[in-house]
Design a protein around this ligand. Sequence first.
Ligand SMILES: [Zn+2]
Length: 290
Amino acid sequence: MSFNENAGLDTSQVSSGGGRGKMVIGGGAGLVILVLGLVFGVDTSGLLGSSDPSEPSGASTIGARCRTGADANRDVECRVVGTVNSVQAFWAQALPTYGTEYSPAQTVLYSGQTASACGTASNAVGPFYCPTDKQVYIDASFFDELTSRYGADDGALAQEYVVAHEYGHHIQDELGLLGAAQNDRQGADSGSVRVELMADCLAGVWAHGASTTTDRAGRTLLKPLTAQDIDSALSAAAAVGDDRIQQKAQGRVDPESWTHGSAAQRQTWFTTGYRTGNLKACNTLDAATL
Ligand SMILES: [Zn+2]
């Protein structure tokens, strides 16, 4: 119930997967494409294969289904639309105060798999931001996995955090900060971990200002966040911590192969963004401790 029922959704910011033409790039040739996911490492060349995109999914009906905040409260794909609206409205206002104009980024909502300029998007990869085409890719069925496989709670802000994290990567792209992940991809102190924790912090910065964002008619999109909402976001941030995932998958924790940071670190940086509402508090690249 996090959206104001009467708020209007702008589905033009979200397109449906499939039928976007083949921009699939195969493996080999030493070409490594930077992909910034929520869960997996930036080097997903082994995951992003070159298979054919599926047909457009039910996501193609979002224009008809997702009209109001009430729709966003009841339908997970409409909630993605509403969250994209809120996150982009937030950064369009906030980013210029730091001296950078905000360029809108489309979210591709797909089901199954779809082509991206970074390779084939599928649930094996999870949600990600592709810097090559500057789009966010989300299969809403991931949110089921977020609770059933990763153990996050099923609150709306857990899902909204995922969207805001991926837009955090878009903000980093706008600010020219993604190189740190490109060049240093693994390890507890790696550029990748620092970039991912910054995206968590930027998601927190959005959460801080989320209830001030409005639709095109000036109606407030989201209700003020409750302590329970924040708990949901924190449960998601912890659920996708590298230590949590490694412990479950292999029964041990291997910081040398971390790409996103620990559960505690992901919670800490989300909280830093949420408490301060300040992009400058998110400078993980220069932080002495993560
Ligand atoms: Zn990420």
